[in-house]
Design a binder for this molecule. Structure first.
Ligand code: AMP
Length: 203
């Protein structure tokens, strides 16, 4: 199965990807994670991407498409995957269509107000990468130290939401027209949302 996870930043794509990975053995490919790893490793791509990421803007299509082409080519032929955070523009979606076929696109629907609240309360584990909240003082999965992502501040969250509405939301119609869109109500507890996702995938 080859899926695209679509939704605003903080809609829960990453959290649901972990559930799906455990249940269906799909590879989880997050463009944001790959870019942050490049930043950490001090690669040319990471240094170039930093200014856009810090401002909550999209990294230029050319850079992200090249990065994803390499990543997808490195997967074993039969390996199913979920793309988390890619595509984010119609150009990226057209590029993706040229290199592989997608079986479905799950759109996680949450209001902007909920997104801001969620992202302001999002904590990430430094050891295992689990996504949790500041209601915990350490990672509930492994006990590791928690940190706040550099772009999880109110100003950058607002920019990221604006970018989502202006550049990424068009993908909803793009994929609906291709009859690939599966919309899920992404409010509530992660487990409840996952139950809805499974129901959608089975239907
Ligand atoms: P995320 O972890 O998905 O919220 O992504 C964090 C940041 O990485 C975004 O705000 C963008 O600056 C950049 N980014 C991630 N995926 C893409 C993409 N497909 N196209 C352009 N920029 C991206």
């Amino acid at each position: 199965m080859k899926l695209v996870l679509l939704g605003a930043p903080g809609a829960g794509k990453g959290t649901q990807a972990v559930f799906l990975k455990d249940k269906h053995g799909l590879a989880h490919i997050s463009t944001g994670d790959i870019l942050r790893q490049n930043l950490k490793d001090g690669t040319e791509l990471g240094l170039e991407a930093k200014k856009y990421m810090d401002a909550g803007e999209l990294v230029p299509d050319e850079l992200v498409m090249k990065m994803m082409e390499g990543k997808l080519a490195s997967l074993p032929k039969e390996q199913g995957f979920m793309l988390d955070g890619f595509p984010r523009t119609v150009r990226q979606a057209e590029f993706l269509a040229g290199i592989t076929d997608i079986d479905g696109v799950i759109m996680f629907k949450v209001s902007d107000d909920d997104i801001v609240k969620r992202l302001m309360n999002r904590a990430v584990c430094r050891s295992c990468g689990a996504i949790t909240t500041w209601d915990n003082d350490k990672c509930p999965s492994c006990g590791g130290e928690l940190y706040r992502r550099a772009d999880d501040n109110e100003e950058t969250i607002r920019s990221r939401l604006k970018v989502f509405h202006e550049q990424t939301e068009a993908l909803i119609e793009y994929y609906r027209a291709k009859k690939l869109l599966l919309e899920v109500d992404a409010t509530g507890m992660p487990e409840e949302i996952f139950a809805r996702v499974l129901e959608l995938l089975e239907s």
